[in-house]
Design a protein around this ligand. Structure first.
Ligand SMILES: Nc1ncnc2c1ncn2[C@@H]1O[C@H](COP(=O)(O)OP(=O)(O)OP(=O)(O)O)[C@@H](O)[C@H]1O
Length: 120
């Protein structure tokens, strides 16, 4: 019984992931970027520490993007008229994504630029 409940829980979680992939353009952009970075990691043979950092950064961007979607959906569900609090919630959530993505790009450059430069 507990196992069945756990499986149903996973299925709802999977539906949540499918939802953002299907409905959130920005999530798809991050997903494509993650695939490119993973391919680059394979080609450039990055080490286990670098993989750990890259995967943490990718996960961080995905999670932040999903929480941004949660904030947007809650506001849209509650359907306020245009309201400063609604604007602040959406803007802060979007700001979190921007910070996560910017840090991922900067650290990605730290890891990949020396490797690409080493090939030249
Ligand atoms: N109810 C509202 N009241 C005030 N400002 C709002 C409201 N809804 C949205 N906004 C403003 O419009 C911006 C864009 O909102 P929107 O819901 O289109 O999200 P988005 O960031 O474009 O996300 P997505 O493209 O993923 O839907 C918000 O960041 C916010 O500044």
């Amino acid at each position: 019984m507990k196992d069945k409940k756990r499986l149903v829980g996973f299925s709802f979680a999977w539906q949540g992931i499918q939802f953002v992939v299907k409905n959130e353009r920005n999530f798809r952009v991050h997903l494509c970027a993650a695939i490119v970075v993973i391919l680059a990691g394979i080609i450039l043979n990055i080490n286990i520490t670098e993989w750990s950092i890259i995967l943490l950064l990718i996960g961080n961007v995905f999670i932040t993007e999903m929480l941004n979607t949660v904030a947007e959906r809650i506001i849209d569900y509650v359907k306020p008229d245009v309201h400063p609090a609604a604007k602040q919630i959406k803007d802060v959530a979007a700001g979190a994504v921007l910070i996560a993505a910017t840090i991922a790009v900067i650290i990605g450059c730290f890891i990949f630029i020396p490797k690409v430069a080493g090939l030249m």
